[in-house]
Design a protein around this ligand. Structure first.
Ligand SMILES: [Zn+2]
Length: 491
């Protein structure tokens, strides 16, 4: 053999071997049995010093009573290759720096990569302030405490992990969700805090004579992931429903999210298991959805927490019925995948004229507590004028088997969630909002045009008008990315 041919052959052999190996890799991946393990732990974040600031309203509330405990509910899943942690926290919203610090410590203590951790707020409006919102400000000791308890919770869940199996699916409860934004007859909407008249009004009042129709859809789906030990003992149940919160609770409370965790535990017969079962309700794309039917008459007065219990019972029973359909199909050969990306979005900064108007309103306001909407939004304008022209926010997609989870750090309008669910290659897909940071409301460009509370420029609504288009496109890319890594056995 001439020397040159030998050389070519020697070059070709490794190439052929390499190609053969490469082409067999997906096949090998599909055949290699995955073995899932899981652990869960509910970490207590009820404060131990009082009073505490509670946000979620235009004015601050100082609260000294605890109605029911606040928790950071942690679930760790591990397929032998990828580990994922979910942390759903009884908080109105959690800022990015707090999420990032908790993730960094989690990585240090457990080895779970920071990018594989999802931390989200339930959006209960009766929890302790963690980020500045309207006239509420956080205190450092509570922020520290929450970081510690999140890290502790994931560590415990990680230590407790055991061979596990999962099943997932979707239930439906259309009875508890209502779009809270309404088109109103001309002349029935008061000027907004900036002196303009919107076409849409939030929370218009029961059977208001000006009601035309809701300005957006609702999403009745309750996505769920059931996690069991191999003998069928329940470990955790992660549910997802697009409902802002319920309210009607005096003192600190996990709202219906906590009541759901209790109710699903009863339905699953998981009250006396060890390690303790962890029920979790995460919030879906519920930026414009609440539990109030303005088309109907005002309901009679409810006892404190009664409505939370009613909603929790209804949603838990509906999702439990869907769970029973798949209860026989829990499986351990399930793979996990995570993709994360930061995007840069513009800030709707106030103009010089906006700022001058705001300063004039504030100069005439009587403080220290501001009570009128123009005053409150004037203060927001001054605070927002100090924001940078763009912000970076984190989007994340997680896959468990063929179930997709998309995480967005905003209060996401329902129609955006519906679009992502419909276009996602993963069925089912859930949206977890207020995850991995806090960047205010996320209306669509059309909803911005119609106006209303959720679009009013403030620290609670400041992203550029086209933000939802960019977020939707990027999150769909991430969902496609985690979908492509799926072994053929899961397609
Ligand atoms: Zn909200």
């Amino acid at each position: 053999m001439p020397r040159v041919r030998v050389a070519v052959a020697m070059l070709l052999i490794p190439l052929v071997v390499l190609l053969a190996f490469a082409s067999s890799r997906p096949h090998l991946a599909a055949q290699k049995p995955r073995s899932l393990s899981a652990g869960a732990y509910a970490s207590d974040i009820t404060p131990r010093k009082f009073p505490v600031s509670v946000n979620g309203h235009m004015t601050d509330r100082q609260v000294s009573e605890v109605h029911d405990p606040l928790r950071a509910r942690c679930l760790v899943l591990d397929d032998g290759k990828t580990t994922v942690a979910f942390v759903i926290v009884d908080s109105c919203m959690i800022p990015r720096d707090l999420c990032d610090r908790a993730k960094e410590l989690i990585q240090k203590k457990t080895g779970i990569p920071a990018r594989n951790v999802l931390i989200a707020a339930t959006h209960t409006h009766s929890a302790v302030t963690l980020t500045g919102a309207f006239q509420s400000e956080p205190v450092e000791w509570y922020r520290e405490f929450v970081v510690e308890q999140i890290v502790h919770g994931v560590e415990r869940a990680w230590q407790q992990r055991e061979p596990a199996q999962v099943a997932w699916g979707v239930g439906e409860d259309a009875t508890q969700v209502f779009n809270r934004r309404w088109f109103m007859k001309p002349g029935t909407i008061q000027p907004n805090p900036f002196g303009q008249v919107d076409q849409v009004r939030m929370n218009p009042g029961y059977q208001h004579p000006g009601l035309i129709k809701p300005a957006g859809p609702t999403d009745p789906q309750i996505g769920f992931l059931s996690v069991q030990a191999r003998d069928g003992r329940p470990i955790a149940f992660l549910a997802n429903y697009a409902l802002h919160y319920v309210g009607g609770v005096p003192g600190l409370s996990a709202d219906y999210f906590g009541a759901f965790a209790e109710r699903i535990q009863q339905l699953l017969g998981a009250e006396k298991v060890h390690p303790p079962f962890v029920g979790i309700m995460s919030n879906g794309a519920s930026g414009d959805i609440n539990n109030i039917n303005y088309a109907g008459p005002a309901p009679g007065k409810r006892a404190p927490y009664e409505q939370c219990r009613l909603v929790a019972d209804s949603v838990a029973r509906k999702v439990f019925a869907a769970y029973q359909q798949v209860a026989q199909h829990h499986r351990a050969d399930v793979s996990l995948a995570v993709a994360e990306q930061e995007i840069e979005l513009g800030v709707r900064l106030p103009s010089e004229a906006d700022l001058a108007r705001a300063q004039q309103i504030l100069a005439q306001a009587r403080g220290p507590v501001l009570t009128t909407l123009p005053e409150i939004y004037a203060r927001e304008t001054v605070l927002l004028a100090r924001y940078p022209p763009t912000v970076r926010l984190k989007l994340q997609a997680i896959r468990v088997g063929s179930m997709g989870i998309g995480a967005i750090p905003c209060e996401v309008f329902c129609e955006i969630g519906l679009e992502i669910k419909a276009k996602s290659p993963l069925k089912p897909t859930c949206i977890i909002e207020l995850a991995n940071g806090y960047n205010g409301y996320l209306p669509t460009p059309q909803q911005h045009e119609w106006g209303g509370y959720e679009t009013w420029r403030a620290r609670s609504s400041y992203l550029e008008v086209r933000a939802s288009d960019k977020i939707t496109a990027t999150l769909l890319e991430l969902l496609r990315e985690v979908s492509q890594e799926r072994p053929s056995s899961e397609q």
